[in-house]
Design a protein around this ligand. Structure first.
Ligand code: MG
Length: 351
C-alpha cells in the first residue's frame, strides 16, 4: 500500500493520532497521550494503543465465555434473551454513539465497554454474592475484570492494557447508587469511562425490561407512568431519549463530567428501582438463582477441601485466589456440569 502522508506522519497509527488531536474535544483522552502500559511495548504501525486494547479484549477467551454467562435469566431456553455477551455489545453500542457525539475517544470507550464485565461470575450477581461471601477480602466483578485483563488472560501474562482502559473497567459501576459522577472521590480518570458508566445502566435497564416482557414477568401496562411519559413507549424510544438526555446536558469540550438532563435522569433511576422490585428480586428469578448460588458454594467447598481435585482443575499451586479466579471464569453451563460430575451419581447402565 503506497500512501502520501501529511508532514511528520509516517504510518496509519500516526495519522489516526493526528486526527484525534485535530478533531476530538480538548477533554478527550488522546491515544498518543496515554499514561501507558505496565510493560512498555513497541507501538503498532496501524492501530492506536486504545484500538489495540479493544482488539486484545475481543480476542480474549474471557470475552468468548461471556456468551455462556447469565445476564438476569439463568440459562434461558429462548434464543432472544440477553446473555452477558449481548449485554456487553449493547453497552458498547450506546457508549460509542455517545463518545462520537461528544467528540470523545470512541476507541477507548469501546475498549472499556467491551472489557467492563469480563470478570463477571456465572449466574450473574447471585454468583458474585457467593464469591463475595466466601473469599477473604471480598469479591467484586469490576476488580475481577481488571484481574482478567491485567493478569489472567494470555496464560497469566495479562493483556497489558493501557492505564485508561484499566481505570475505566475498574470504575465502570457505582452499584445501585447515583450514576453520575459527584466529585473527585468517585470520578474515573477519563470522560470516556464516565460514558461507559451511564451506558451500562441505560443498556441493562432497557434490555432487562425487554427480556422481562418477553418472559411474561411484566406487561407493558405495568411500567410506571413517569417512565413511559418521559422515555417513551418502546425499547428504541427509551434508549434514544436517554442518549439525548446526556447529549443535552453535556457540552462537548466544556463539561467537566458526563451528566443527564434531570427529568430523564429521574426516570432512568425510577426505572432501575422498578426493575429491582419487580424483576431482579422477583421470586421466579431469585428461586433459580438461589439454586445456582448453592451450586457455586458446593464447587468452592469441593475445590478448597479436595487437594487432588484442585490440582487437577486449577493447578498444583492453587490457593484461594486461584480457586476464586477459576470459579469466576466459569460459564453457567460449565459450573452446572462440574457440579453434576462431583455431586450427582452416574446412572448405572448394564445388560
Ligand atoms: Mg455491565
Amino acid at each position: 500500500m503506497r500512501m502520501v502522508w501529511d508532514r511528520g506522519v509516517t504510518c496509519v497509527r500516526e495519522r489516526t493520532e493526528k486526527w484525534e488531536s485535530d478533531v476530538l474535544s480538548p477533554r478527550a483522552a488522546l491515544s498518543s497521550r496515554t499514561r501507558g502500559r505496565e510493560r512498555d511495548e513497541e507501538p503498532c504501525p496501524v492501530r492506536t494503543d486504545y484500538q489495540r486494547d479493544r482488539d486484545r479484549i475481543i480476542h480474549s477467551k474471557a470475552f468468548r465465555r461471556l456468551k455462556g454467562k447469565t445476564q438476569v435469566f439463568f440459562s434461558p431456553a429462548g434464543d432472544h434473551y440477553r446473555t452477558r455477551m449481548t449485554h456487553t455489545l449493547e453497552v458498547s453500542q450506546v457508549a460509542r454513539t455517545l463518545a462520537r457525539a461528544l467528540l470523545l475517544n470512541e476507541d477507548l470507550t469501546e475498549a472499556i465497554a467491551l472489557g467492563h464485565d469480563l470478570g463477571h461470575t456465572p449466574f450473574g450477581h447471585a454468583g458474585e454474592d457467593v464469591l463475595d461471601e466466601l473469599m477473604e477480602g471480598g469479591f467484586h466483578h469490576s476488580r475481577q475484570s481488571v484481574r482478567v485483563v491485567t493478569v489472567l488472560e494470555n496464560d497469566g501474562l495479562g493483556l497489558n492494557p493501557t492505564f485508561e482502559v484499566t481505570d475505566g473497567i475498574l470504575n465502570h459501576t457505582k452499584g445501585s447508587g447515583k450514576i453520575a459522577t459527584t466529585g473527585p472521590q468517585d470520578s474515573p480518570a477519563t470522560l470516556e469511562a464516565e460514558i461507559v458508566r451511564f451506558s451500562d445502566v441505560i443498556a441493562y435497564v432497557n434490555h432487562d425490561l425487554d427480556d422481562a416482557l418477553r418472559a411474561g414477568l411484566l406487561r407493558p401496562g405495568d411500567l410506571p407512568d413517569a417512565v413511559t411519559r418521559v422515555m417513551g413507549d418502546s425499547h428504541s424510544k427509551r434508549i434514544h431519549s436517554l442518549v439525548m438526555g446526556i447529549l443535552e446536558a453535556t457540552e462537548p469540550g466544556s463539561s467537566e463530567h458526563v451528566s443527564m438532563e434531570e427529568e430523564r435522569y429521574e426516570a432512568l433511576t425510577g426505572l432501575r428501582d422498578f426493575m429491582y422490585e419487580r424483576v431482579y428480586l422477583h421470586p421466579t428469578v431469585t428461586r433459580e438463582l438461589g439454586k445456582a448460588k448453592a451450586i457455586l458454594g458446593l464447587l468452592w467447598d469441593a475445590l478448597m477441601d479436595g487437594e487432588p481435585l484442585r490440582r487437577e482443575l486449577v493447578g498444583a499451586a492453587a490457593d484461594e485466589r486461584a480457586v476464586a479466579d477459576f470459579l469466576a471464569g466459569m460459564t453457567d453451563a460449565y459450573a452446572v456440569s462440574l457440579h453434576e460430575r462431583l455431586y450427582i451419581p452416574n446412572r448405572w447402565y448394564h445388560g
